[in-house]
Write a protein that binds this ligand. Structure first.
Ligand code: ATP
Ligand code: MG
Length: 633
């Protein structure tokens, strides 16, 4: 057995040998000519000349083999009060029927198909059916607003949209079809020929003659038991996924077929330590990159059952997740800090009611896993929560404890070491490495490993500008995050480079102060922002949510304790100028705190373009939080 160090070294010094061997584990119609083509860097291309189909590898390979009768997709919907388990064969059948239907309706290889669906099995059939016939899917989170859907339609120019009458959120309908109708009114392109509508019987909608088609009727009419998978070039785009946009205008991340497939398949062993006999649950949504990779493609490629959950962690009550784990004997769970923090607010009996002994591994990504949340979850689950770091752009983890290779000691608050193929460094503004233990920008040395974005849709220029041209004479992939690489090789994420404060000439990351604030026992959630200050340039402002049992009379005392804590642990320069308590923090739908919005509200600036929050429900939630916050400042 190779150690992590040996294997990682091999992955970056001999990438072609390393990834080439892993690619052999999958099915190719035609083998590649070149493992890595870096002749047009930084546009890296993997398995060039190779032909494959990711749907064949994720579905057919198992359905036509010994796993035919084993569970592939487990749908659990507390929202609809329904559940359904499909074997690999049943999944194969559904995907083929839908693929035949899409073809019959005119969808061709290379066409874009927008999937604007709730978390139902048909959403996963849709992604796989597109992949089967070589159409490029673009899943839009089923909670995004009319204008954000319209923007994506304009950018992706789809020929078809797959949707449902409605999604459900805490029992209330989200009228997806109606939102599609209005988005198409608003969109400036006229490429959409059909809208296929899954009728769930939740809301009534009007069908536009000729354009809108009933899902079930079409599948009954055109469905076939077998559609030959399209032989895709490894470098052909599989999907476009727009980033969540906590910082600016969404970018259409383009993913390839072969490199992504090989990287995801390998990650199931290397990072998640998952194989036969496991039951995998990513609590994300197919609208996010985590959902693409770890609800759909990776578990199915690996041939393990994946749980598709339609609901929230606290509906109908805060015990619902833990019951799912007991019901299906989940062995590996992948969640986000925001969900763990939400659940931490509730009494422990909600968790203790369920038997969680099947769990072997629990992972977290999306934001820093703060110490108090890590401690709480680890104690409650009896397992360490393994933090890992990645981006929509990366498709899979960039920094992780690759426990399937070697279970490295955990340092709470650090996602550990670089993942296979990632050669990460922390550099200064000129791109030169800073000494270990010092803060800097996190970058990835080329070549980028398989699975990383190909480019931005229709915008090679923005790809170069966003990620590659930051340093004058060095070609480094800029993650946009500040980090520390410590003496033991662990990486520590300090927040986004655009969220760094400049207090009297000192550059302070939001993350480290937040970590200190969160460690106070009265704090449920904390955000730290830099606000304008005539004297210091910027001043540190703490905006946090108190735990439910704290009474207002204690607030002044707690604020003083927080100031004291920050002064002791970080230094006087970081002492918060203000400490405010609010009842709710504005967040994106994927749970990321929008510091930009908090800053604007506090400073009385125009909150500006809330549309980048990408979602009506969230826009309303944020407006509400903002209104409440205004009164609380
Ligand atoms: P946009 O790029 O459009 O502004 P976004 O960066 O929020 O949106 P994502 O790609 O979903 O969209 O998020 C990736 C970012 O999330 C990372 O760059 C990092 O800032 C943060 N992140 C993800 N995982 C972790 C983690 N484990 N620890 C710390 N930060 C993390
Ligand atoms: Mg980003």
């Amino acid at each position: 057995m190779m150690s992590y160090q040996e294997m990682h070294q091999c992955s970056i010094s001999q990438p072609a040998e390393f990834w080439g061997a892993l690619a052999e584990e999958l099915h190719w119609y035609r083998k590649w000519d070149t493992v890595l083509d870096d002749s047009n860097a930084p546009f890296f291309r993997w398995f060039v000349g190779g032909e494959t189909n990711i749907c064949y590898n994720a579905v057919d390979r198992h359905a036509l083999g010994p796993k035919r009768g084993q569970a592939a997709l487990i749908w659990e919907s507390p929202e609809a009060d329904q559940s359904r388990t499909l074997t690999f064969h049943e999944l194969y059948r559904e995907v083929n029927r839908l693929a035949a239907t899409l073809k019959a309706l005119g969808v061709q290889k290379g066409d874009r198909v927008i999937i604007y669906m709730p978390m139902v099995p048909e959403a996963i059939f849709s992604m796989l059916a597109c992949a089967r016939i070589g159409a490029i899917h673009s899943v839009v989170f089923g909670g995004f607003s009319i204008s954000s859907l319209a923007n994506r339609i304009n950018d992706a120019e789809p020929t078809m949209i797959l949707t449902a009458d409605a999604g459900l959120r805490k029992g209330l309908p989200v009228p997806l079809k109606e939102i599609v109708d209005e988005s198409l009114e608003l969109a400036t392109v006229d490429t959409v020929k059909h809208v296929l509508v899954l009728e769930r019987g939740i809301v009534k909608n009007t069908m536009k003659e000729g354009r809108d088609l009933d899902w079930q009727t079409q599948v009954n009419e055109h469905g076939k038991p077998y559609v030959e998978p399209e032989r895709m070039l490894s470098t052909d785009p599989l999907y476009i996924l727009y980033t969540s946009g906590t910082t600016g205008k969404p970018k259409g991340v383009v993913r390839d077929t072969g490199g992504y497939m090989v990287a995801l398949h390998a990650s199931m062993g290397h990072i998640y330590d998952v194989g036969d006999g496991d039951v995998y649950w990513s609590t994300s949504d197919i609208g996010w990159v985590v959902g693409h990779s770890y609800i759909v493609y990776a578990p199915l490629l690996k041939g393990v059952p994946t749980i598709v959950f339609e609901g929230r962690p606290d509906h109908p009550d805060p015990g619902v997740w833990w019951r799912v784990i007991e019901k299906y004997g989940v062995t590996c769970m992948f969640t986000a800090p925001t969900a763990l923090r939400a659940l931490r607010k509730f009494p422990e009996h909600w968790m203790q009611q369920s038997d969680l002994s099947s769990l072997k591994r629990v992972f977290s990504a999306g934001e820093p896993l703060d110490g108090p949340t890590y401690d709480w979850a680890t104690a409650m689950l009896g397992l360490p929560v393994i933090d890992h770091y990645w981006q929509t752009e990366s498709g899979w983890s960039m920094i992780a404890n690759s426990v399937g290779i070697e279970d490295l000691p955990i340092k709470s608050g650090s996602p550990t070491f670089a993942a296979m193929g990632h050669h990460l460094e922390v550099v200064d503004i000129d791109g030169n490495p800073v000494p270990r233990g010092e803060k800097g920008l996190l970058v990835d040395y080329p070549p980028l490993p398989p699975g990383m974005l190909l480019t931005l849709w229709n915008d090679d220029d923005r790809y170069l500008k966003s990620y590659w041209t930051h340093f004058k004479d060095k070609q480094l992939y800029l993650t946009g995050d500040y980090a520390i690489h410590d003496a033991d090789g662990y990486f520590w994420l300090l927040g986004r480079a655009d969220e760094v404060m400049n207090v009297s000439g000192h550059r302070l990351g939001t993350r480290e102060i937040e970590e200190v604030v969160s460690s106070h026992p009265a704090i449920a959630e904390a955000s730290v922002i830099g606000v304008r200050d005539e004297l210091r340039g910027e001043a540190v402002l703490v905006v946090s949510v108190l735990k439910a049992h704290i009474v207002p009379a204690e607030q002044d005392k707690i604020a003083n304790e927080i100031r004291q804590l920050v002064r002791e642990r970080i230094g006087a320069i970081a002492t918060p100028h203000g400490v405010h308590f609010v009842s709710t923090l504005p967040k994106t739908r994927s749970g990321k705190i929008m510091r930009r919005v908090i800053r604007a509200v506090y400073q009385g600036d125009n909150i500006g373009d809330l549309s980048t929050i990408e979602d009506d429900a969230t826009v309303d939630m944020v407006r509400e939080a903002v209104e409440i916050m205004k009164g609380e400042f």
